[in-house]
Design a protein around this ligand. Structure first.
Ligand SMILES: Nc1ncnc2c1ncn2[C@@H]1O[C@H](COP(=O)(O)OP(=O)(O)OP(=O)(O)O)[C@@H](O)[C@H]1O
Ligand SMILES: [Mg+2]
Length: 506
């Protein structure tokens, strides 16, 4: 019998299976994209969300099953064909050319031409500027993307997608590097898109966010469809039950951790901005043994740049960095690592991981031994440590020898964390460590961080999520325009106070 196509459904996947060597990423999954709605897809790291989205967007082909667009079977050979049908994807792992400008990236492959020959840079830049303005960012469209921070790159990805006139817009974790206020802007745009009839697919690990903007919620677990329901039938326990299959999530409570004396100190650390002013402006702070210090701020506040100054990655930085009463004299990253400082970087693609190396090699290469360790076979002890971390962080991987590129986004992030922890530093700097990892894994990471702090390690942690920073930090410092605009003890910190301080100078 031929059923009438459902007018409310614009695109659907039927019995879609995807097999990778060693993994069945999707197992006979049905998924409907409802017209003009926000269709939320949720599931633990490695559940198959990105794989399903890549199939919808023509990036990957299903091993079995079919796609129906407006009720008719389609088979897109690539993203260009899918885009012709109005399907546009914002990738989880951002996909920009670092050596091209913002404007060039936005129009890559669809350049605006003058007289049909020359690229009309002026027109591209103008349109890019107005797209960025719509996202409430005043980035210069001529800036090279390679100079942008990950959150800014995410804004550019969103601008690029907006410029493409999508009928179906797939957003694979568009907010993972955005702070709450930037996410608000994104939500406003999603509302506008919905009002103009665009259908949205939205993936995120921030559960409150999903409940706020989702119209339909679908849960995947281990490559299978587990549940699907309209928002009105869904609450947080429903999501967690279907995500985990009834397992309890323990986000970890804070056992009586003892916080010791200050042992790490920044004195007037500054970083000049190209073209005048300061990216980091006379930041002074003290970290105690066993303390977890949260660092909050908007995109552009200078949080990651402050970490780069601490790691001696910015030669133009000034100021003093002191560990155990001694001012550091090392002048490069290798030196800082040997001083006992480790950084978990925000950009796992660029600074964290080497894509075609195995999980084990990625975890054990420290920047120090990068070149000597490269071709060396890991010894048994290292194997044991790596396996221990894989287990401790529940990294979903077929073996420690699998290449990093075959892991889901969240599982790659867990490898970056594992690598930072294996270094056993005196001071651990974590820059958006939980970006893209699921709620259960967040609990694991926080538990491990607290355990290390209990052993006396100091931690400085950057996260854009207010609830997260309030949950994990003993003390929170807020930056705005490179300056410290607030310091709050755990007992006095509130979301309102942090937000107010984060825009104090903006
Ligand atoms: N190119 C590949 N080769 C081999 N296995 C892959 C490949 N891409 C994905 N996988 C595997 O398929 C499974 C699903 O991955 P997918 O990226 O769809 O997960 P996800 O739900 O998006 O997770 P996350 O929340 O971490 O982004 C994982 O086990 C992953 O390791
Ligand atoms: Mg994914």
């Amino acid at each position: 019998m031929n059923a009438m196509p459902d007018r409310d459904i614009i695109l659907s996947a039927r019995n879609v299976t995807k097999v990778y060597p060693g993994t069945r990423a999707l197992d006979s999954v049905d998924f409907d994209v409802r017209r003009g709605k926000v269709n939320v897809l949720i599931g633990e790291n490695g559940a198959g969300k990105s794989t399903l989205m890549k199939i919808l967007a023509g990036v990957e082909r299903a091993s079995d099953g079919k796609l129906l667009l407006e009720g008719k079977p389609v088979r897109h050979a690539d993203t260009i064909e899918a885009e012709k049908d109005g399907i546009v994807i914002i990738y989880q792992e951002l996909n920009l050319f670092p050596n091209l400008s913002i404007a060039e990236n936005i129009f890559a492959g669809r350049e605006k031409a003058r007289n049909g020959i020359h690229i009309d840079h002026r027109a591209q830049e103008e349109e890019a500027r107005s797209l960025l303005a719509r996202l409430q960012h005043d980035l210069d469209p001529k800036t090279l993307v390679g100079e942008l921070r990950i959150g800014e790159q995410q804004i550019v990805e969103i601008a690029k997608a907006l410029s493409r006139d999508a009928k179906i817009l797939i957003m694979d974790e568009p907010s993972s590097a955005l702070s709450d206020s930037e996410t608000e802007v994104l939500f406003k745009i999603i509302d506008e898109l919905k009002a103009s009839g665009v259908s949205i697919v939205y993936i995120s690990h921030r559960l409150e966010e999903l409940l706020r903007i989702g119209d339909y919620i679908t849960v995947l677990r281990d490559g299978k469809l587990r549940a699907s329901a309209p928002r009105s039938d869904v609450d947080l326990p429903w999501i967690i039950r279907h995500m985990t299959g009834g397992m309890n999530i323990d986000v970890g409570s804070d056992e009586s951790r003892k916080i010791g004396e200050p042992y790490f100190e920044l004195r007037g650390v500054s970083l000049p901005r190209v073209g005048g002013g300061w990216t980091v402006d006379k930041v002074s702070l003290r970290l105690r043994r066993g303390e977890i210090l949260g660092l909050y701020g908007l995109i552009g506040a200078g949080r990651s740049e402050l970490f780069e100054c601490i790691m001696a990655a910015r030669p133009e930085a000034t100021g003093e960095i002191v560990i155990n009463g001694k001012t550091l004299t090392t002048s490069d990253i290798a030196g800082r690592i040997s001083d006992g400082i480790a950084l978990i970087p925000e950009d796992r693609q660029r600074e964290g991981l080497i894509q075609n190396l195995s999980v084990a090699s990625n975890m054990t290469i420290s920047s120090l031994g990068r070149f000597t360790k490269f071709f060396r076979i890991l010894d048994a002890e290292e194997d044991r440590e790596v396996d221990g971390r894989i287990k401790q962080l529940s990294i979903k991987v077929s073996s420690r020898d699998a290449s990093i590129g075959s892991l889901s986004g969240g599982n790659q992030q867990k490898v970056v964390i594992g690598k930072g922890l294996l270094a056993c530093p005196k001071v651990l700097l974590m820059d958006e460590p939980t970006r893209g990892i699921d709620v259960a894994a967040k609990g694991d990471v926080f538990r491990i961080v607290r355990a290390l702090a209990s052993d006396g390690m100091g931690v400085i942690l950057v996260t854009s999520e207010l609830k997260e920073i309030l949950a994990i930090s003993d003390r929170i410092i807020v930056l705005s325009k490179g300056r410290v605009t607030g310091t709050f003890d755990r007992s006095e910190a509130t979301e309102e106070k942090l937000v107010a301080a984060s825009v104090a100078l903006a």
